[in-house]
Design a protein around this ligand. Structure first.
Ligand code: TRH
Length: 397
């Protein structure tokens, strides 16, 4: 595998004293991404010196995602603020979740006697071109409890004209120091880089998808062994249903060994991504973490009835593969579209056989190059801090 020299990492910003207090509002719509993103952001802010309150309507998943909590982060139920709970210096509502009206009214009151809290709507991640033009736009509030305040749109993204991607300080150093072979060995997958034996470890975290059964059959019939780590939920249900139709030793079907995972912490989830040869991820947060892992990956998007996830996937592939030779980019694009149910499933076997052999060569190189390229851009939390600092200096709440 060829690797370019690592780029100089951009500066990591810490919290300025005037913006010490941050409130993050999170509503869990479905799945785990809303809370997953908010928790990573809250922890990252606190690690840089902020005092963070995470207001969430359903914190249940934190019991496995982050059972030990994090110093500097207080988790609060979604409710009207108590009499002594003043709005923070910076207020983030995740994904347009509309903080409680009584809280917003208190923000408006605070603005009458001092600087208005900075109110930011942190949007969903997308590589679509409109993100660059919408990032940083102001939305003055003309009516309702926040009348007179301004809400600002903040878009994560993949280019310098967006808010960037969540990447806490020291992430890549921790990844470099991680003992990949030890993690693999814990699943019975031995060191394979220098051997003829071609044993693969893969992580599956997806939504239900029609293509999965055919793909599992390909792995089961392959000449080389695979261990598949299966996450709880949609993936486990679907894999178990497929497994029930096939005879085999316990949790083994042909060349495919299945390892059903419990829910693990976010930190453990990251380590599994670092150790795997292929990461099959979904949604938003696990996509970003798989990109930082720097291993070959495929992304399943949250499927939408009107098919807009197809545009979102194409936009992502455009930015992710812009420096990739067509010999890899074409099969990767084909496989990614199939993986999202966007092309004729009959093409699966040929797409897979065109792509999988590149996992140690061009595919691995392309993943590593992309990881370094995006690590050269400011991370989302640094962008948020710099942006909030600028608004604060300008007196724009
Ligand atoms: O759960 P998701 O499908 O969330 C999605 C996306 O956010 C999508 O944009 C949104 O519209 C939809 O929810 C409602 O996938 P995502 O974003 O990867 O979030 C999963 C989180 O769960 C992530 O933070 C990783 C974490 N996780 C663990 O910590 N441990 C685990 O064992 C697993 C399986 C996940």
């Amino acid at each position: 595998m060829t690797t370019d020299p690592a780029p100089a990492l951009p500066p990591v910003l810490t919290i300025p004293p005037a913006l010490r207090r941050w409130d993050v509002f999170c509503r869990v719509i479905d799945n785990h991404g809303d809370l997953g993103v908010c928790w990573r952001l809250a922890r990252d802010l606190a690690g840089r010196g902020a005092r963070v309150r995470l207001w969430v309507d359903d914190a249940a998943a934190l019991a496995w995602m982050a059972p030990d909590g994090s110093p500097g982060v207080q988790v609060l139920p979604w409710r009207d603020p108590l009499a002594d709970e003043m709005p923070a210096d910076v207020v983030i509502e995740a994904f347009g979740c509309d903080p409680p009206a009584a809280y917003v009214a208190r923000m408006a009151d605070a603005a009458k006697t001092g600087p208005a809290p900075l109110w930011i709507n942190l949007e969903y991640l997308s590589a679509e071109p409109h993100v660059e033009s919408l990032h940083g736009l102001a939305s003055p509030q003309w009516s309702g409890p926040g009348s007179g305040l301004t809400k600002w749109f903040f878009f994560p993204g993949f280019t310098a004209a967006t808010g960037g991607l969540l990447r806490e300080p020291g992430l890549l150093a921790r990844l470099d120091a991680h003992d990949r072979q030890a993690t693999r060995a814990s699943f019975g997958v031995g060191p394979n880089e220098d051997k003829d034996e071609d044993e693969a470890l893969m992580l599956l975290f997806g939504y239900t998808q029609p293509l999965l059964n055919d793909w599992l059959t390909l792995l089961a019939e392959a000449p080389t062994p695979t261990t598949l780590l299966v996450t709880p939920g949609y993936s486990a249900r679907q894999v178990r249903a497929w497994q029930a139709q096939h005879a085999g030793a316990p949790d083994t079907v042909g060349a495919l060994r299945l390892h059903f995972l419990p829910h693990v912490t976010q930190l453990e989830f990251d380590r599994l991504l670092w150790a795997s040869d292929l990461n099959l991820v979904r949604g938003e947060d696990s996509l970003v973490r798989a990109l930082w892992a720097g291993q070959p990956m495929l992304w399943q998007l949250y499927p939408q009835a009107d098919g807009v996830h197809g545009d979102k996937l194409d936009a992502f592939l455009d930015v992710a593969l812009d420096q990739t030779a067509p010999t890899l980019a074409d099969p990767l694009r084909r496989m990614a579209r199939l993986w999202n149910g966007l092309d004729d499933p009959a093409g699966l076997a040929s797409a897979w056989s065109a792509l999988w052999p590149a996992r140690r060569g061009a595919w691995a190189d392309s993943a590593a190059t992309r990881q370094r390229r995006w690590a050269g851009q400011p991370d989302l939390t640094s962008s948020l801090i710099a942006w909030a600092q600028q608004r604060h200096r300008d007196g724009l709440g």
